[in-house]
Design a protein around this ligand. Structure first.
Ligand code: PLP
Length: 416
């Protein structure tokens, strides 16, 4: 069958589709060691909490009410109002319900936002989304309706003690001009676990305001929920910021609820797009989150259960990796947040795409680094030397997976 240009772009097998397929295969195969996908951990205390909460919502009739009614295209009002109050009280941000819209997962918010702010414009110009620091989230890569939607820059790399390193935005290289429609960065960053500093965010905000374009901050892992952030940084929002959040990493990826906090103009545009794309965002996630706010549990569980769980898991995984791969060419990006470790195997004689194939053949799934350098104009050898692994699996699987990675890495380094 012949597909349209749109069809050819969106129906082909993209990086994100491969990732979701691997994830699904891994879930079906009980022996696979899934260090690839972004599925949040099954934290027992959270699973128990959600089980009890859904029983309660069921008994009170709130679950049935959510399932049997459409919300408006902006999303469930009660949740939007409660969230606006919470963020205003917590951070002093000047927001009301007119600044929040919901989507079916934040992934679909990015599709709407990128195509709203970049691509072909009525005056014949073509604008791009600027990703100030590559590597960036794989899910952005194919989200543009027009081709050539992203431009990104290599980071500055600082080598740290203890076999760690850190990326920073290279502001000297960054060029913002009329061809840029918005700046976007994930904070904490998927895939690296980097957290842009307050100073970097302030600088990006200044650049965005100077050029009259929005700054999109992807806060899927950030504050105040799910709070998978280990650095002492400040959450950021003003009327020029589009802050995207999600219920997924709280432990609810199946309810598909994304949250966008933005100016009234952007909020109205997104609500109108929701109407066309999905009539209305799903109601169950917002009903759950609304109850969590009502009971004072949303931020409390994020701080007291979710953050400490991931922080301990990441420290443990770094320790095991460093013990298993003593090679000085091996470094880990400083884990500052999110649920991934970003491994750098300097001067590895094979690409991490090849390493991914070898590991997959042995039942271990990771994501090769090549996917994450979206919008970078030149091929950069560093991209072939890095890989992303999540650290959310139970300890025994983590240790087995790390042992296999270490064996394959040692073998590959001998192939000079
Ligand atoms: N942004 C980042 C940085 C992510 O890692 C993810 C998922 O892994 C998303 C956005 C999309 O999440 P969801 O559509 O489940 O809200």
């Amino acid at each position: 069958m012949e597909f349209s240009t749109f069809g050819n772009k969106f129906a082909r097998y993209s990086g994100i589709t491969q990732l979701m397929d691997d994830l699904n295969d891994g879930l079906r195969n009980p022996d696979a060691i899934m260090l690839g996908g972004g599925n949040p951990a099954q934290i027992p205390a959270m699973v128990d909490y959600f089980t009890q909460l859904s029983q309660h919502l069921n008994e009170s009739g709130e679950l049935a009410a959510a399932m049997t009614n459409y919300d408006g295209p902006q999303g469930k009002n009660t949740f939007i109002n409660a969230l606006a109050d919470l963020l205003r009280e917590r951070y002093g941000w000047e927001i009301s319900s007119r600044n929040i819209s919901l989507t079916n997962g934040s992934q679909s918010a990015f599709f709407s936002l990128f195509n709203l702010l970049a691509g072909d414009f009525p005056d014949g110009s073509h604008k791009k989304i600027l990703l100030p620091l590559a590597p960036e989230y794989i899910g952005y890569a194919d989200a543009g309706v027009s081709p050539d939607m992203f431009i990104s820059y290599r980071p500055e790399i600082t080598l740290l003690d203890n076999g760690l390193f850190k990326y920073n935005v290279d502001f000297k290289a960054l060029k913002v001009d009329d061809n840029v429609g918005a700046i976007c960065a994930s904070r904490p960053t998927n895939p690296t676990g980097n957290v842009l500093t307050d100073e970097e965010i302030r600088h990006l905000d200044e650049l965005a305001q100077q050029h009259g374009i929005p700054l999109i901050i992807d806060n899927a892992y950030g504050m105040p929920f799910p709070d998978i952030i280990f650095e002492d940084v400040t959450p950021f929002w003003n009327h020029n910021t589009i802050l995207c959040m999600s219920l997924s990493k709280l432990g609810l990826p199946g309810v598909r609820c994304g949250i966008v906090i933005a100016s009234e103009e952007i909020t109205t545009a997104l609500a109108n797009m929701n109407g066309v794309l999905s009539l209305a965002p799903g109601s169950v996630g917002p009903a759950i989150a609304n109850k969590m706010i009502e009971q004072g549990d949303l931020l409390r569980l994020s701080e007291e259960v979710i953050k400490p769980f991931y922080q301990a898991k990441s420290q443990q995984a770094v320790k095991w990796l460093q013990e298993a791969i003593p090679d000085a060419r091996f470094r880990v990006h400083k884990p500052e947040g999110a649920m991934f470790l970003w491994l750098w195997l300097k001067d590895l004689p094979i690409t991490t795409m090849e390493l991914y194939r070898r590991l997959k053949a042995r039942g271990v799934l990771i994501v090769p680094g090549e996917y994450f350098f979206i919008g970078l104009e030149e091929d950069w050898s560093h991209g072939h030397e890095c890989l992303r692994m999540n650290y959310v699996q139970e300890d025994e699987k983590m240790q087995r997976g790390i042992a296999i990675i270490a064996e394959e890495v040692a073998k590959a380094y001998q192939e000079v």
